[in-house]
Ligand binder design. Structure first.
Ligand SMILES: Cc1cc2nc3c(=O)[nH]c(=O)nc-3n(C[C@H](O)[C@H](O)[C@H](O)COP(=O)(O)OP(=O)(O)OC[C@H]3O[C@@H](n4cnc5c(N)ncnc54)[C@H](O)[C@@H]3O)c2cc1C
Length: 152
């Protein structure tokens, strides 16, 4: 409808107005904040992983990557973003948001589940913000999927 709301809301400037309507003018910079869908006054935007025709549902997260369960954040592949760069950006940005809501008490400020690109990035963010954190990884290795890439 050309309200311009989504283009203004996108932190990465992935959207732009062309001939009075919003278009995905720079799709590769999108890291899935979902701010465009949240702000659209007519609910015209649907976030999918895959293609327009063959999309699958992805978890609904706020622009900070917090889910509808308060205090639980999702970053990276689990949220539908299948690239290393996007997973690391999301992990870092989620930790920025978590650092701003630091609660008193408890043993940890944050528990990071998984040491793939998203979890490692979140871990570095937690260190930078001097949060009390623990990173849990179910495997013996670090790096997540990257560690298991086929040789060459
Ligand atoms: C073969 C292949 C090639 C690829 N090539 C590229 C490429 O060239 N460029 C690119 O950008 N992307 C590539 N990708 C995609 C990229 O690897 C992923 O997008 C990226 O690894 C996602 O990072 P992540 O941290 O979100 O998840 P993951 O890498 O999947 O890491 C998640 C981690 O969480 C751990 N975990 C899960 N559940 C639990 C639990 N309950 N408790 C504790 N730990 C848990 C897992 O063991 C894992 O270590 C490729 C993927 C594959 C499979």
């Amino acid at each position: 409808m050309g309200s311009d709301a989504c283009t203004k809301a996108c932190p990465e400037q992935a959207l732009g107005i062309v001939n009075g309507k919003a278009y995905l003018v720079n799709p590769t910079v999108c890291i899935g904040h979902g701010a465009c869908a949240a702000t659209c006054p007519v609910e015209a935007i649907t976030l999918v992983f895959g293609t327009e025709r063959r999309g699958i549902d992805i978890p609904y997260v706020k622009p900070t990557f917090e889910t509808n369960v308060s205090g639980i954040y999702i970053a990276g592949e689990l949220g539908g973003m299948g690239l290393i760069r996007k997973a690391t950006e999301q992990g870092c940005q989620a930790m920025e948001a978590i650092a701003g809501h630091r609660a008193d008490g408890g043993r940890f400020d944050v528990v990071i589940v998984g040491a793939g690109p998203a979890g490692l990035s979140a871990t570095l963010g937690a260190m930078a913000h001097q949060l009390r954190f623990v990173t849990l990884e179910q495997e013996e290795s670090f790096g997540g999927t990257v560690y298991h890439y086929p040789p060459r």
